[in-house]
Structures are given as structure tokens and as C-alpha cells.
Design a protein around this ligand. Structure first.
Ligand code: 6PG
Length: 254
């Protein structure tokens, strides 16, 4: 099995486990007084509860927000107040509730064509992480789709083969908003990649995610970083035959 699997009883405890791990990762990095913490947020519906938890007690007071920088793993090119905007999700559930400077929030531009938006976001990353060398996020949060996509890296997408560019556009067809996504070289250079996977409909995708293969989710393999799957019991429905290593009992519960 790839990475570490943490099985929680339900979606709420997945979110709490994830919140605790965000707090620990931030504390570990920011023990160095000169350091900042960079996180790439996931979209979709699963992380909403995590974001809400981080915005409230007891997590909110444990994070030195001024030293945390927020990025997005992917975005739909819709206005920031659109129901499908990943910026909106994060803003509503988290960013508008914590003491953050505008300089700490690094959204993907959504009012320009996708290729330009991808190039512009690469410049945003260069401005923060430096012009040379691959950015190293402290944490990349991801979800997984039933087809094995993650961020906006879809099966068969040209972005999967990308080795140079840090950000790529993706089109899902005429009736869908264009998307922009981080590429695998960036995701796989992160210190931590945490997947949040909940619910029975995700069982097949989770099974695939835990094994090696060509699907986008299977290609996420941090080179020198932690790969963690925080999942609920419902999502583990199809794991027969996979040797599950739950690290310690206390890690599976909160
Ligand atoms: C998005 C994400 C996408 C998401 C998965 C899971 O913005 O939709 O990029 O990769 O994480 O599709 O989505 P759910 O959490 O809604 O199941």
C-alpha cells in the first residue's frame, strides 16, 4: 500500500483528525521563527468541514495565521462568488473568519482564459517560493473523484505528463467551466500530501488510490514527503485484499 491510511469512524472525525494534523504541521514548521507555512487547499465538498473547524475553537487559536500562506491546488474559472468556486468555499468556511492579511491569500485568477490563468498562477508561485527550483508546499490537501481524478488532474489529461510547468489549464468540455491545476511535479514535491476521502461512493476510488497505477490519484507520490489518506469507515468498503496498516489506535480516533 502507498502512504499511510488513517481510518476514522465517520466524516466528522476525519475532519477533526485533519484539523489536528494541520495544527501539528504548522507548529512543527513554525518552530523556526523565520519560517512561514504554505498550504494548497482542496476544493470539492469534503474539506468544507475541515475549513470550518480550523476557523473555530480550539483550532483557530493554535495557528499563527499571519505566518500561514494559502494557495489553491485547483480552481474552476468562475467568479469568486460562484457556487463552484474553490476560493469561495475556502473564503466562506475559513479565510473570512481568521485574522489574515490579503498578502497571505493567493487565489488563482479566474477572469482570464485558462492558459493565461495557469501562467499567471505560476508567477504567483514564483513570487512566493522563488524563481528557481520547484516550490515545496508544506501541505497539499487533496480529494479524490470517483474516476480517480485529484485536484483538476483527470484521467487521460495532458497535464499528467507535464514535467516543466507548475500549473496547467484543463478543459472538461463546452458546458463545464475551464479549470486550472497544480501539476504532479509540484504536488509530489510537497512536505505533506493529505487526502480526505469520505463516503461509500468513494470506496472504489479509495481502493485505487492506495495502489500504484496510472490514474491521477495513483500518480501522487511525494518524493520526500508524507502521503496520508484520512478516510472514514464508509469509504473503506472495498479494501478487502489490501493490507491495512493503521499506525496506532489513538491515531484512528479523536
Ligand atoms: C474540486 C477538486 C476535486 C475534488 C474531488 C473530490 O475542486 O472539485 O479539485 O479534485 O477534490 O472531485 O470532490 P468532493 O470532495 O466533492 O467529493
Amino acid at each position: 500500500m502507498r502512504g499511510t491510511l488513517i481510518i476514522c469512524p465517520d466524516a466528522e472525525s476525519v475532519s477533526r483528525e485533519a484539523a489536528q494534523r494541520v495544527v501539528s504541521a504548522v507548529a512543527e514548521k513554525l518552530a523556526d521563527p523565520r519560517a512561514t507555512f504554505s498550504v494548497a487547499l482542496a476544493g470539492g465538498s469534503t474539506p468544507r468541514r475541515l475549513y470550518e473547524l480550523l476557523a473555530g475553537s480550539p483550532y483557530r487559536s493554535k495557528i499563527p495565521w499571519a505566518r500561514v500562506h494559502f494557495f489553491w491546488g485547483d480552481e474552476r474559472l468562475v467568479p469568486y462568488d460562484h457556487a463552484e468556486s474553490n476560493f469561495r468555499l475556502a473564503h466562506e468556511a475559513l479565510l473570512s473568519h481568521v485574522p489574515l492579511q490579503r498578502e497571505n491569500i493567493h487565489p488563482i485568477s479566474t477572469q482570464i482564459p485558462a492558459d493565461q490563468a495557469a501562467q499567471a498562477y505560476e508567477q504567483v508561485l514564483r513570487a512566493h517560493f522563488g524563481r528557481w527550483g520547484t516550490p515545496r508546499f508544506d501541505l497539499v490537501l487533496l480529494g479524490v473523484g470517483a474516476d480517480g481524478h485529484t485536484a483538476s488532474l483527470f484521467p487521460g489529461s495532458a497535464a499528467l505528463a507535464e514535467k516543466e510547468r507548475w500549473v496547467m489549464p484543463h478543459s472538461l468540455g463546452v458546458n463545464q467551466p475551464a479549470r486550472v491545476t497544480l501539476t504532479l511535479p509540484i504536488i509530489n514535491n510537497a512536505r505533506r500530501v493529505h487526502f480526505l476521502v469520505t463516503g461509500k461512493p468513494k470506496a472504489s476510488a479509495l481502493r485505487a488510490a492506495l495502489e500504484s497505477g496510472p490514474l491521477p490519484v495513483q500518480r501522487v507520490q511525494p518524493k520526500k514527503g508524507e502521503l496520508l489518506f484520512l478516510v472514514d469507515a464508509a469509504a473503506t468498503g472495498k479494501l478487502e485484499g489490501i493490507r491495512i496498516e493503521v499506525p496506532v489506535a489513538s491515531e484512528a480516533q479523536t
